[in-house]
Design a protein around this ligand. Structure first.
Ligand SMILES: C[S@@+](CC[C@H](N)C(=O)[O-])C[C@H]1O[C@@H](n2cnc3c(N)ncnc32)[C@H](O)[C@@H]1O
Length: 329
């Protein structure tokens, strides 16, 4: 199994690790970013919520015993592990190729497997979601988290299929979705791609985690520290963009759509970040040719100012939106 860290050179340029600097790798995965930061002489605290990723970190722990620690934890919990201000924090979002390519994890419909998708290998699975959510909740989920206009048709087909017997396998679900939308019609991606994305985001509360993780990094970074995020789909990228542009807004309005505030308005907040570059960075053609999975990557980064951190960033108002809420459905 191969694993190529995406946008590695660009991420390192944005992070600018220096000898002795304390950095967080929020998403260890195969450890590509951690290794590069360690090789630049930095100290690294890394996180991954997947026990398999933690096992993969043993070699790096052995090579850099004094400068590297790896925790099995969610990145939203980073403040509990960080005792001094950070010079940098990097988020490489979503699933790793290790997770995607391992059929037993159930993230992909390239292979038949239990419909699982749990990064932590515990809690409720994608099968629980497709078999237990109401038709309306499934349609909302596939519409909001999958951004799929066929959501209602797909939800109806799932509910009809599970009435006969519970949906348990990845290929079973992929076929139900494909049949419900009338096949592939020459589309470049499989019709179940967006449904699988929606389930994965829900099962792992990925957008809630991202909102909390960005806020945690904002609190943990020293003035001048770098916040770097690589996202792979528009929901993540939009959240990172909105988080950084709001906090870098000289007007301190919280939203660029809000009206300008007078200089002495008490609700005006001092920018907690400076955006060096408003646009995102995409991989170069050569990287995409060598690693097609890099295709949809988008890098954004900003530099922490000395202003206080803003209040916690809200997760988007999507329904159902957190693991806790959908368990209650
Ligand atoms: C795209 S991979 C990271 C690849 C890594 N940059 C590398 O070079 O190998 C994303 C990893 O983040 C982990 N992850 C996703 N959400 C997380 C969260 N909220 N907290 C901790 N780890 C998370 C996943 O388990 C996965 O291993």
């Amino acid at each position: 199994m191969t694993h190529a860290p995406v946008l590695l050179a660009e991420v390192m340029e944005a992070l600018a690790p220096t000898p002795g600097a304390l950095m967080v790798d929020a998403t260890f995965g195969g450890g590509g970013y951690s290794r590069a930061m360690l090789e630049a002489g930095a100290r690294v605290i890394a996180f991954d919520r997947d026990p398999d990723a933690i096992a993969r970190g043993a070699a790096l722990s052995a090579a850099f015993p004094d400068r590297f620690t790896l925790h099995q934890a969610r990145f939203s919990e980073m403040l509990g592990f960080v005792n001094e201000p950070l010079r940098g924090a990097v988020f490489d979002l979503g699933v790793s190729s290790f997770q995607f390519d391992e059929p037993t994890r159930g993230f992909s419909f390239q292979a038949d497997a239990d419909l699982d998708m749990r990064m932590e290998k515990e809690g409720l699975s994608a099968a629980d979601a497709v078999n237990r959510l109401s038709e309306t909740a499934l349609a909302d989920l596939i519409y909001h988290y999958g951004e799929d206009d066929d959501s209602r048709r797909i939800a109806r087909a799932i509910v009809q299929a599970r009435a006969a017997k519970p949906i348990a396998r990845t290929l079973e679900l992929a076929k139900i979705v494909e049949d419900s939308v009338g096949g592939r019609k020459g589309a470049r991606t499989h019709p179940a791609t967006k449904t699988f994305q929606a389930l994965r985001l829900l099962v792992n509360d990925e957008l809630g985690e991202l909102a909390r993780g960005l806020s945690a990094a904002e609190q943990a970074l020293a003035p001048g520290g770098r916040l770097v995020a690589v996202s792979f789909h528009s929901l993540e990228d939009r959240m990172v963009k909105q988080f950084l542009t709001a906090r870098a807004d000289a007007q301190g309005r919280g939203s660029r759509y809000a009206p300008d505030l007078p200089p002495n308005d008490p609700s005006r907040r001092a920018p907690s970040f400076t955006l060096e570059r408003k646009r995102s960075t995409a991989p170069r053609d050569e990287e995409i040719a060598a690693n097609p999975r890099a295709r949809s990557a988008s890098l954004r980064w900003a530099v922490r100012t000395d202003a206080p951190a803003w209040e916690a960033h809200a997760a988007p108002e999507l329904a159902p939106k957190t693991e806790a809420e959908w368990i209650k459905l």
